[in-house]
Design a protein around this ligand. Structure first.
Ligand code: MG
Length: 156
């Protein structure tokens, strides 16, 4: 078994859609970034790549590459999964925690899990998503940005 951890942060800004786990969430601001800035999927991909010993998404999908401008991060996740399969690695499970003061994400989480399970081609009970506030503290608490942690186990 191999363990991986991923962490990512994106800034909240006006004039962008808020996409988390491939779900477009109604909110007055969205995450800034080169791709769709889906911080949840980014942290998850880094956990998977970390467990596989395959560097990170900054190396794999550089934000200087015009091919990735505005791209759905779920497509990038599918590419990460192809690489894992090439190495005969399968997902034992993955667990994701989103840190956001607002909006409340609870009702969107089932759709996020469905999107992730589909992109990863794994059963729903192998991918979990949680959300928490940080009690108004720090950059997530002030609403400057959203952060995400992810951990996973890969089986050989
Ligand atoms: Mg990112």
């Amino acid at each position: 078994m191999r363990i991986g951890h991923g962490y990512d942060v994106h800034r909240l800004t006006e004039g962008r859609k808020l996409i988390l786990g491939g779900v477009e969430i109604p909110f007055e601001r969205g995450l800034d970034g080169h791709s769709d800035a889906d911080v949840l999927v980014h942290a998850l991909m880094d956990a998977l790549l970390g467990a596989a010993g395959e560097r990170d998404i900054g190396v794999l999908f550089p934000d200087t590459d015009p091919r990735y401008k505005g791209v759905s991060s779920l497509l990038l996740l599918e590419e990460v999964m192809r690489r894992l399969r090439e190495k005969n690695l399968r997902v034992g499970n993955a667990d994701v925690t989103v840190l956001a003061q607002r909006p409340k994400l609870k009702d969107c989480i089932p759709r996020m899990r469905e999107n992730l399970a589909k992109a990863m081609e794994i059963p729903l009970d192998r991918i979990n998503v949680k959300a928490t506030t940080e009690e108004g503290l720090g950059f997530t608490g002030s609403g400057e940005g959203i952060a995400c942690h992810a951990v996973c186990l890969l089986e050989e």
